[in-house]
Ligand binder design. Structure first.
Ligand code: ADP
Ligand code: MG
Length: 408
């Protein structure tokens, strides 16, 4: 098992004044306070109770343990013993991975009752166990339950249920995404390279999920778009996961909301890092970084052989190449083996460049600017079924990357 719950790629930036907006409170009459959470979190809990119907309307039942009454609006409340049983007591053979807020395990449950079962019986789920000591983790847990309890879309990972017990255990149970995250497919050695049509298709799926979030009456800003939060099912269909940092966007004429700076280095928009001004266009910037990763097969923060991250980001390195057709070819992922339409690669590069504009106003919107363009490219590419079932890599190159501009 990995070094559970220690190192984190998340960058809650303690030096920013926005950090001080997170306050801790012990007394309040709502359910969030009842769970030992703070004012900021309580606000989140009541977010959806005004206006639209909500899966999470202020009350969270405690761990149920198998009865029928512990399913509220489609979300099941699990007991800790259920989840221990489903994961072999969170054993190393069940371990899937670790993020900034906790470790993720696979588990097995009965399809109909969601009672824990033996490995191989019923359906697989992914169970995220949040670090107990982390207040931020509690807040993230509540954001996930709040947003994923309400927002259902084929390109958002499905939340099956949660656990919150008197011992301050906080867990989340998701549908299992069998092919794991996009980051591993792009960067992990020994994985089969994703073909060009697959990459376009994944970009379309992510854009659909994001358009859905931004298109809500009260737009939702995802705030942590990155390749490790894009999960893939058996057919390489992509879904967004991790709503812990999501928050409501501005309403009316306001262009942004002000907030403390959280997210992941290498993906967060420059104006958000500098000012804490968050808008849907902050997500568009992060989407541009994911497009760059799909094009280049390089990480948003390049790592040296010693594992240290470079000060030069993928964006710094790639941006000067994106506007010029003859330069784009030099930054393309060599794992593609040249098997991509050059015109399409240039179009995606030009789209990424617009998403990465320093001025958020100049970035395209997900629904009108980005999604239609990518869908058009997808139509030109092969149909999903013609490559999803393929087990033959398009090409295996001997070197990871071709001669290209000096890598950071
Ligand atoms: N629903 C899921 N199905 C399969 N694997 C998952 C699921 N959710 C998370 N994982 C795996 O667990 C890892 C850790 O997830 P997470 O805590 O969200 O951290 P991060 O997004 O920073 O990688 C992911 O990178 C992914 O490989
Ligand atoms: Mg994640």
């Amino acid at each position: 098992m990995g070094n559970c719950c220690t190192g984190s790629a998340k960058c809650a930036n303690a030096s920013t004044p926005f950090e001080s907006k997170v306050t801790r409170s012990t007394a309040s009459n709502n359910s969030a306070a009842g769970l030992g959470l703070g004012l900021a979190t309580a606000k989140l809990a009541s977010r959806r109770s005004s206006g639209r119907s909500s899966a999470f309307s202020g009350q969270l039942p405690g761990g149920g343990g198998g009865g029928g009454s512990d399913v509220v609006d489609g979300l099941k409340s699990f007991s800790m013993s259920d989840l221990r049983a489903a994961t072999k007591n969170f054993g190393s053979s069940s371990y899937l991975g670790e993020g900034g807020f906790g470790c993720v395990y696979k588990g097995w449950m009965d399809e109909a009752t969601l009672a824990p079962t033996k490995p191989g019986v019923g359906r697989m789920v992914a169970i995220k166990k949040l670090k107990k000591e982390s207040f931020q983790g509690h807040r993230e847990w509540l954001a996930e339950v709040t947003y994923l309890g309400e927002l259902h879309h084929e390109n958002l990972v499905r939340l099956v249920g949660y656990c919150s017990d008197s011992d301050s255990n906080k867990l989340l149970v998701y549908e299992y995404m069998v092919r794991g995250n996009l980051e591993n497919h792009l960067f992990r050695r020994g994985t089969q390279p994703l073909s060009w049509p697959m990459r376009v298709s994944i970009a379309v799926d992510v854009a659909r999920g994001m358009s859905f979030l931004h298109g809500q009456d009260n737009p939702v800003i995802f705030r942590d778009l990155k390749s490790s939060n894009v999960l893939l099912d058996a057919d390489y269909r992509a879904k967004l996961s991790d709503f812990g940092l999501a928050r409501d966007g501005p309403t009316g004429d306001r262009s942004h909301v002000s907030t403390r700076v959280v997210g992941t280095r290498g993906y967060a928009a420059p104006e958000y890092i500098a000012t804490g001004h968050l808008s849907v266009k902050s997500d568009v910037y992060s989407f541009g970084v994911v497009l760059l990763e799909l094009l280049t097969g390089r990480r948003s923060l390049p790592q040296s052989t010693t594992g240290a991250t470079s000060a030069t980001t993928l964006v710094d390195w790639a941006k000067p190449q994106l506007g010029e057709r003859r330069k784009v070819i030099r930054i393309m992922d060599t794992r593609l083996g040249g098997q991509y339409p050059k015109k399409q690669a240039n179009e995606v590069a030009a789209l990424a460049l617009r998403c990465l504009d320093n001025d958020p106003k100049n970035r395209p919107t997900m629904a009108d600017g980005i999604l239609p363009e990518l869908e058009q490219l997808q139509q030109q590419s092969h149909h999903r079924s013609s490559y999803a079932s393929s087990t033959t890599p398009v090409h295996r190159s001997s070197g990871r990357h071709s001669k290209s501009p000096t890598c950071p």
